[in-house]
Design a protein around this ligand. Structure first.
Ligand code: PGA
Length: 259
């Protein structure tokens, strides 16, 4: 495992408006305490980022963008760049399964976004994971390998310090069909071995790797106690402040030093 520090990210996807996001933030802020070994990150709708960044206690929560365009400026109607997000968010999701599969983003797009995030001082959370049919065909490791290689091409060892990887099997996202802890360990061991091959043993030990896919308040501890898992990327279960607060509590309990 990389670190004692755990990273817990709430991905609200296209849910909660600006007002609802603020209400949620206030509710959650009362329920969770600041813990030096747990970093909490909220990824609201793009519209709410600015408002939340003014309201949030930055020691308690950091913000993440769910998406952005990889060019910094220019004639790209409707897009928001990492340069524009700079100073508002600390993290950004890249290569999320919904971006890859619903919006057909390629490894080339993903790679350009990883670079754009780093260039703008934002930590990219590179999501990788296989579909159900790829898993059935025994291709899990190859898919992870290709997505890592595709997303990290041109990233130097120094830049890799900024990168976080999330193992998110596509079949587990939003389905209630969460991956078995042993399967998560196996996938993350394979991610770390790929990182070792590309960047060496130190990088492989230090890189933070999260699990995401139908994590609930009930299942969170099953992953957080795995030696290979440095945190969680939570979708559906993060939409309810109480259920997310319970997940955060499990993260506190899983750190060596306790709360
Ligand atoms: P889920 O989403 O927790 O609803 O499965 C996870 C994700 O998409 O990051």
């Amino acid at each position: 495992m990389a670190q004692d520090k755990k990273l817990i990210i709430a991905n609200w996807k296209m849910n909660l408006g600006v007002h609802e996001s603020s209400l949620y933030l206030h509710k959650l802020a009362e329920k969770v305490k600041i813990h030096r070994d747990v970093q909490l990150v909220l990824a609201p709708t793009m519209l709410a980022l600015q408002t939340l960044s003014l309201q949030v206690n930055h020691r308690q929560f950091k913000l993440a963008a769910q998406n952005f365009y990889w060019r910094d400026h220019g004639a790209f109607t409707g897009e928001v760049s990492a340069t524009q997000l700079r100073g508002i968010v600390s993290y950004a999701l890249v290569g999320h399964s919904e971006r890859r599969h619903v919006f057909h983003e390629t490894d080339k797009d993903t790679r350009a976004k990883v670079q754009a995030a780093i260039r703008n001082g934002i930590r990219p959370v590179l999501c990788v994971g296989e579909t159900a049919s790829e898993r059935a065909a025994g291709e899990t490791k190859d898919i992870i390998h290709d997505q890592l290689l595709g997303g990290l091409a041109n990233i130097t060892s120094d830049e890799l310090d900024q990168v976080i990887i999330a193992y998110e099997p596509v079949w587990a996202i939003g389905t209630g069909n969460n991956a078995l802890p042993n399967d998560v360990t196996e996938a993350i061991v394979s991610i770390r071995s790929q990182i070792k091959h590309l960047y060496g043993a130190k990088a492989s030990n230090e890189i933070q790797v999260l699990y995401g896919g139908s994590v609930t308040a009930d299942s969170a501890a099953d992953y957080l106690t795995l030696a290979e898992v440095d945190g969680l990327l939570v979708g559906g279960a993060s939409l309810d402040a109480q259920s997310f607060a319970t997940i955060v509590e499990k993260a506190y309990n899983s750190t060596k030093k306790g709360a």
